[in-house]
Every structure is written in structure tokens, then in C-alpha cells.
Design a protein around this ligand. Structure first.
Ligand SMILES: [Zn+2]
Length: 328
């Protein structure tokens, strides 16, 4: 948290820095960043942010610093508005780390980033800029989804990841109008989700996790590709406004606490006539996918007289996946 005393205390050739009391956070969100960093500070709309970095390429530094701060700020503004909840922590700082093994990690107080993902130069393509904007929006979204409201247990780790990507799409896509985001979503998610879901060894989105040691096995196409499709369906089922209000209630109810998937479903279920518990059971708690068959009959004049679309579960279970059209 912010330095509590500007006066550093010198002791036997060492300098002691004292920080304020931390906000409440889960243990997996604690981190400690140490090393020889350069720093840059910027306050946008009276909200101070600070970045620690190691980048040495002057062109990249000149080209990137403003954008990095602006992207954090615009993400924060959107999320405060969408969630109807102010930025939940005392500090939104970030540290870029060379050779970091992930794109980013949502530590409270200082988000950590892979340095090469944030520092771009003038030759960067639209896609790389899009990737950077989404990464920043993703990690900033975690401040609400994951950090402020944390899963009960790691079997729901997919929730925070899907929410972070879902919000990042909302934040970033409109700012890159030349890219066909719907097509990119389809190509990026459907083939690999189907590819895994059709196999006998597939698992549901929400699966049991008895031992944290096995958490790594949860990450795969089902979480990263099927779950985002499910989340879009969920928003379509409820309607955008209802969905947003449900999310606001979820954040307010479970702030600084834990919640699982069923807690969210209960809140959303009150906002629709559709039986969301059954819906969730098929989409989230069960594996597999539906197979669709159609039959069309024609009149003698060649016009369509009837059109029938039927679905059955590929695994021969009784499950039905309710379908809803998405408004354009
Ligand atoms: Zn994430």
C-alpha cells in the first residue's frame, strides 16, 4: 500500500520503508517485487498511478508510457461505471518484469506484467496493440473479479478468468473498430471448445478439485474457450441490462469476501423467468455438447412449409442446451 512515511528511516546503512496497512486480500494475491527498477508516475483525473519497469529501449519507453497509463485509467473508469463500485483498493500500481512467465498477474497494489507485452515501439501492429490493451483491461478487471470478490475454492478459478476476458472485450473492442471482433471471437473460441468437448475425456466447465496441487489440470480449452461462449450465452439469456445489474448486486453482496458460481447464479436467477439453475447445470456443471438436426419440408410450389430444428446430447444424456439469439 502507499508509503506511510515520506521520511525513510536509515538504519546501519539500510533504508527502511514503511507502508500503510494493506487492504483485505486473499493470500494468492500477495506479492513482493524487488530489484533495480526505474519508475514513472502519472495522475489522471486526480488518481495517481506508478509504474516500475526495467525496459532500456528509449524508443519503446517514449512510445509506450503514456498509453500504458491511459489504458489502465480507461479500464478503471469503465469498470467503476459497469460495476457501480469504485476502484476497491488504495493503489493501482504496476511492475513490468522481463521474462515474466505469464502475460500478467493481478496482485493487489502492484499488478505484474511481462515487460515485452506492455512496451511496444512504432512498428507494433494493430493486433499487438489490441493484445496489450486487452491484457491491461484483463488485469484491471481482476481488481473487482478475483481480488475484491474471490472464489471460494480453485474449482471456480475459471470464473475470474472468464469475467476478466469478458470485461476486457467490452472495454477494448470498441476502441479498435477496424477489427472484426465477432469473427475473431468465433475463430478463437469455437473450434477448440468443440474439439475438446466432443471427446470422451472432456470435463465440465466447473469440475471438482480435491487438491490444490492439481489446479494446473483445470486450465485448458474448456475453461478458456467454452466458458467464454457460455458467459455470452448467459448475458443473452438475461439481456445486457439485467446481466449488468446482477453483476452489480453480486459485487456489492460479496465484496471483500468469497463467492462461488452458484452464488452468482442465484442472484441472476431472480432476474429472469428462465430456470437458470437447470440452464447452469447443463452448460456449466456438465460436459458435452448438443448435436442439431434439421428437417425442412416444401410445398409443391417449392416454398418452405415447415422447418424443424432438433437437438440431442452427443453423449446420449437427456440434457437440453437452451438456445437464445444474441441481439446484434
Ligand atoms: Zn487473469
Amino acid at each position: 500500500m502507499p508509503l506511510r512515511e515520506i521520511d525513510e528511516v536509515n538504519k546501519n546503512g539500510f533504508t527502511e520503508h514503511r507502508f500503510g496497512e494493506s487492504d483485505k486480500m486473499s493470500t494468492y494475491l500477495f506479492s513482493f517485487v524487488a530489484g533495480k527498477f526505474k519508475s514513472e508516475e502519472m495522475a489522471i483525473a486526480n488518481f495517481p498511478m506508478k509504474m516500475l519497469y526495467r525496459e532500456t529501449d528509449e524508443e519503446k519507453i517514449r512510445y509506450s508510457i503514456d498509453s500504458i497509463f491511459q489504458l489502465h485509467h480507461s479500464s478503471k473508469l469503465f469498470l467503476e461505471f459497469y460495476n457501480d463500485f469504485p476502484f476497491p483498493f488504495q493503489k493501482l500500481n504496476f511492475a513490468t518484469i522481463p521474462g515474466f512467465q505469464y502475460g500478467g498477474m493481478e496482485h493487489v497494489g502492484a499488478i505484474q506484467y511481462k515487460e515485452s507485452s506492455l512496451f511496444l515501439d512504432g512498428s507494433a501492429t494493430e493486433n499487438r496493440k489490441l493484445g496489450r490493451a486487452k491484457l491491461i483491461a484483463h488485469e484491471t478487471s481482476h481488481m473487482w473479479f478475483g481480488d475484491l470478490v474471490t472464489m471460494d475454492w480453485f474449482n471456480d478459478v475459471w470464473m475470474k478468468e472468464v469475467f476478466a476476458n469478458f470485461m476486457a472485450d467490452k472495454i477494448v473492442n470498441p476502441t479498435f473498430p477496424s477489427i472484426n471482433h465477432e469473427l475473431a471471437f468465433m475463430v478463437g473460441h469455437y473450434p477448440s471448445a468443440y474439439g475438446e468437448d466432443r471427446t470422451k475425456g472432456t470435463n465440465p466447465i466447473r469440475q471438482e478439485l480435491k487438491n490444490l496441487n492439481n489446479a494446473g489440470s483445470l486450465y485448458g480449452s474448456i475453461i478458456y474457450n467454452k466458458a467464454p461462449i457460455m458467459m455470452r450465452q448467459l448475458e443473452a439469456v438475461l439481456g445486457k441490462e439485467n446481466f449488468q445489474m446482477g453483476i452489480q448486486e453480486y459485487i456489492k453482496t460479496y465484496q471483500n469476501s468469497n463467492a462461488n458460481w452458484n452464488d452468482l447464479v442465484k442472484i441472476l436467477d431472480d432476474r429472469t423467468d428462465i430456470d437458470l439453475l437447470t440452464w447452469s447445470n447443463v452448460w456449466v456443471n456438465s460436459s458435452g455438447r448438443p448435436i442439431f438436426k434439421d428437417s425442412v419440408t416444401y410445398t409443391e410450389g417449392g416454398k418452405i412449409s415447415s422447418f424443424e430444428l432438433r437437438q440431442m446430447a452427443e453423449d446420449a444424456s437427456d440434457y437440453i442446451w437452451p438456445r437464445f439469439s444474441r441481439s446484434p
